[in-house]
Design a protein around this ligand. Structure first.
Ligand code: AMP
Length: 286
């Protein structure tokens, strides 16, 4: 597996690839969720490129950019084991060289509410770096996790609206045995906090059951129940929302006959750790 640390190295490696390329952008501190994306990517193209880049523009001023884990040697070994052809691991000065004009890519209709309310500018930073990475890697396929549901919808919209020649592939959330969605930030959880971190998925599964057994049709009622369930475990809820799965707009009623169902999305804080999760709730009742 090759490793490129500069744009010049990456361009040279990319230019030598014949045939389709599948791309997995990450911020590193790789876990099974990332590795599943890399393995799935191999099903789309023989050449898989992974990027590991902790992108400064998607972190707010009081977020964990400085302390975000960066175990690059371990990440390199894991990428290789998962079958990547190449790893792009640039420094911030490569991706944001001095003298640039702060060109932005915004997706206003999807990058509002939910995470955008909690993290102003976050999706502008995500779109900016993903657009740069796509220009460099020129992938035919790019794989994103449903764990970051709003991010997935924002990236789909960006590539669609800007006619970017890449197919976005959505991959299901990979979970620990007790249901906790895998995340690089789970490493921040103390032994004491760890069992309570399952509050999000437990609330989401209860919400899904309430819909599927036909007990709840009112999104506000479902949102309030999820919020109360998570708060009962001592977490601070940032949002608990029921939305249309593609537009992420609020829904008036959870209609079992409606196509596509709904998605329930939650974010909560446990001490200094921010957790997010979501669950698609299919349309038909049990
Ligand atoms: P990150 O390194 O957190 O920026 O994530 C890189 C990619 O991995 C994104 O597309 C995430 O949605 C995806 N990802 C992170 N955690 C998981 C997970 N538990 N299951 C599936 N995909 C994930």
């Amino acid at each position: 597996m090759w490793i490129a640390r500069t744009l010049a190295e990456l361009r040279q490696r990319r230019g030598a690839i014949v045939g389709p390329v599948a791309f997995v952008p990450t911020m590193g501190a790789l876990h099974e969720g990332h590795l599943r994306l890399i393995r799935s990517a191999r099903g789309h193209a023989p050449a898989v490129i992974v990027s590991v880049f902790v992108n400064p523009t998607q972190f707010g001023p009081h977020e964990d950019f400085a302390r975000y884990p960066r175990p690059i040697e371990r990440d390199t070994a894991l990428c290789q084991q998962a079958g990547a052809l190449g790893l792009f691991n640039p420094g911030p000065e490569e991706m944001y060289p001095p003298g640039q004009t702060d060109c932005q890519v915004s997706v206003p209709r999807l990058a509002r509410g939910l995470e955008a309310d909690q993290r102003p500018g976050h999706f502008d930073g995500v779109c900016r770096v993903v657009a740069k990475l796509f220009s460099l890697v020129r992938p035919d396929f790019a794989l994103f996790g449903m764990k970051d549901y709003q991010q997935l919808r924002v990236i789909e919209a960006m590539t669609h609206d800007l006619f970017m020649p890449v197919r976005i592939v959505a991959c299901p959330t990979v979970r620990e045995a007790d249901g906790l969605a895998m995340s690089s930030r789970n490493a921040y959880l103390t032994a004491d906090q760890r069992p309570r971190a399952t509050a999000l998925i437990r609330a989401l599964r209860r919400a899904s059951d309430r819909v599927l057994t036909g007990h709840v049709r009112d999104p506000a009622e479902l949102e309030n129940q999820m919020r109360r369930d998570i708060e009962a475990d001592g977490l601070t809820v940032d949002y608990a929302a029921v939305r249309h799965p593609r537009t992420l707009s609020p829904v008036d009623r959870i209609d079992p006959a409606a196509e596509g169902g709904v998605v329930a999305l939650v974010a909560a804080r446990l001490g200094a750790v921010r957790l997010l999760d979501n669950l698609e709730i299919p349309a038909s009742p049990a």
